[in-house]
Design a protein around this ligand. Sequence first.
Ligand code: DOR
Ligand code: ZN
Length: 433
Amino acid sequence: MSDALVFRRVRAVDPAAALDAEVDVVVEKGRISRIGRGAAEGMVPGERVRIVDLQGAWLLPGLVDLHAHLREPGAEGKEDVASGLRAAAAGGFVDVCCMPNTRPVNDSRVVTEMLVAKARALSSVRLHPIGAITVGQKGEQLTEMADLKEAGAVAVSDDGRCVTSSRVMRRALEYASTFDLPVIQHAEDHALTEGAQMHEGEISTRLGLRGWPRVAEDVIVARDILLAEYVGARYHVAHVSTAGSVRLLREAKSRGLAVTAEVTPHHLLLTHHALLGYDTACKVNPPLREPEDVEALRRALVDGTIDCVATDHAPHGVLDKDVEMAGAAPGMIGLELCLPLLLGLVREGVLPLSRLVESLTTAPARIAGLQAPGLREGGRADLVLVDPNASYLIDPSRMRTKSRNTPFAGRRVTGRVAMTVCEGRVVHTDLEA
Ligand code: DOR
Ligand code: ZN
């Protein structure tokens, strides 16, 4: 590692620091030592100084993902901690929270500790396990949340499964709040989605596929908001997909409740029409919805009703996806696609860049209780360098994730992660040294 890493004449953007300016940024000893016009004046490249001078580049705080599936332990063929963190770094992320629906389920101190230890040994980007709400994610008995927290868990969730029982959810909210752990709900009334393959609507009828109605999400979000209010706990909704959920969240927030939510890039960009070709890469849970849902999600992200973006990176192998729709596993990869895809919404004028940055840095960090990456002198050097003008076709075969399941293959995007820096270390770059 060089003693100094210098970004010359970058557009540095960090809404939390009220920063959007062309500056030099100097990194030394894992920290940002200087930010400013001419801050790198007189510094020359050499053995101890690396100078990055990428015409027109943007420098953002490193990104935070509140929701990824890294598949370890149990399905390392799809992903493991090492490949998952490489993919995260390639996507510009410096903090990754990983969901507990592994085999075994991360419902214990040992699994959480194992994940933390593996990630530490890699000295890549930071990993933050999310522990299960219930033992084995069976929806019955609460986990030992004190143990999970002590071992490094930043939240609890039964993601992939909903905590259906109101009694269990009430107890989970009460118990988790004593440890200040946010409860992240996968909002799906399973009684309403049995055998469902896609969003219930005109297209599911046309294709003859069993539908997953919006109301299966909405009823859980509504109930949980009431429970969270009753017990005075924090509550977070994973991968919001419906206009109805947005309405409920907006109402809850207007009453000052400690309710937060995330949305995925795919729910912001795709609709159920994508299923018309029976492409199992488009099967995801919750399913891709209708244009009016996408519209509501976009508006909610812009106005803060939805706090943050989370990838729901869900790697699956061909054995799980090259099958008929009914047998296909739900989910798509997201770590390396999130930023390039969402920069498209920025370019279209749908999403202000400052709001995109916030929703991938300070907002998720606040929810998970993490120190937010930021561009401040003296702060930890967690950065992502973006070449906003690079235009290319998405090619899953070039990605760091072990899996290839994405419906975005072949799509043209503009904007590339050129370098990711975590605590001053270059953890990813495609620039020449
Ligand atoms: O699409 C999904 N895939 N949704 C989930 O809730 C779980 C995830 C997975 O683990 O594959
Ligand atoms: Zn998930």
